[in-house]
Ligand binder design. Structure first.
Ligand SMILES: CC(C)(COP(=O)(O)OP(=O)(O)OC[C@H]1O[C@@H](n2cnc3c(N)ncnc32)[C@H](O)[C@@H]1OP(=O)(O)O)[C@@H](O)C(=O)NCCC(=O)NCCS
Length: 234
């Protein structure tokens, strides 16, 4: 169903399973317990939800978690991954991707996909720092990509990674993204809000085509010091 898009295998480290939903995943029902969440929803929402849940199950199976686990959600719409795993789901206009990894290795993962259209002026100012506005403006003049939109997609992915791990909201302007450069397809990010540890060092990659922007991030678990409280434990 995706327009002209095959996800780069280099998007995430090899031990993170990435699944792009197939046509049948968009069409097949989710687990009965999951279907309860979309009872009464419009068809578009049903399809994207099912694609996300079915792709997530495939990712978990590839990780070794067979037996069709149910992926519930919490009151904030966050997917609740089976114990011992972390994951993330995104869907936009015909493209759906789920990623899953082992919790002993990763504290969290985040993925976001957007259409490669320009971000509105209003949103640019709302989500970008002054430095990011200058950087994205300069990059956008040199390429056919709107780099403000890439930053938006990156920050959505970082939000999806951090929100379940720390159970904290964040303003997008508090997420500071440092793209390594258009050529390398990599970025690093830090969160300046004081309620997040200063030491959080997020890395990620993006994959950009004329149709879609996909950003993926991951946080490797540090086995020293206190662990962040997991959303699954609250
Ligand atoms: C929740 C949010 C990240 C969803 O992103 P989106 O681009 O709208 O939609 P996507 O399709 O990429 O992702 C949706 C999936 O993310 C997951 N998700 C939802 N809330 C989540 C959260 N708080 N943390 C992690 N994952 C979440 C769900 O799996 C959802 O799909 P599902 O409902 O079918 O299970 C986004 O709407 C949001 O709230 N962003 C942060 C808020 C913010 O400050 N935005 C500022 C913009 S100016």
């Amino acid at each position: 169903m995706a327009l002209n898009f095959t996800l780069s295998p280099a998007l995430m480290p090899e031990d993170i399973v990435v699944v792009q939903a197939t046509d049948s995943m968009w069409l097949a029902p989710a687990q009965p317990e999951e279907e309860r969440y979309i009872r009464g929803a419009v068809e578009k929402r049903k399809r994207e939800f099912r694609a996300g849940r079915n792709a997530a199950r495939e990712a978990l199976a590839k990780l070794g978690f067979k037996g069709n686990p149910v992926i519930r959600k919490d009151q904030r719409r966050r997917p609740l991954w089976p114990a011992g795993t972390v994951g993330s789901i995104t869907h936009t206009d015909g493209l759906c991707i789920a990623v899953a990894a082992l919790g002993e290795r990763y504290q969290g993962v985040g993925i976001d996909a957007e259409r490669s259209t320009a971000l509105s002026e209003g949103l640019r100012a709302k989500i970008c720092t002054v430095d990011e506005l200058a950087w994205a403006g300069a990059q956008s003049r040199q390429t056919h990509i709107d780099w403000h939109k890439v930053l938006f997609c990156t920050k959505e992915a970082v939000f999806k990674l951090l929100n379940p791990v720390y159970c904290q909201e964040m303003a997008f302007r508090d997420i500071n993204v440092s793209p390594v450069g258009p050529g390398s397809c990599s970025f690093s990010a830090r969160v300046s809000a004081s309620r997040f540890p200063k030491s959080i060092d997020i890395i990620g990659r993006y994959h950009i085509t004329n149709e879609y922007i996909v950003c993926a991030t991951w946080l490797i678990r540090q086995h020293t010091g206190a662990q962040a409280q997991s959303a699954h434990e609250v």
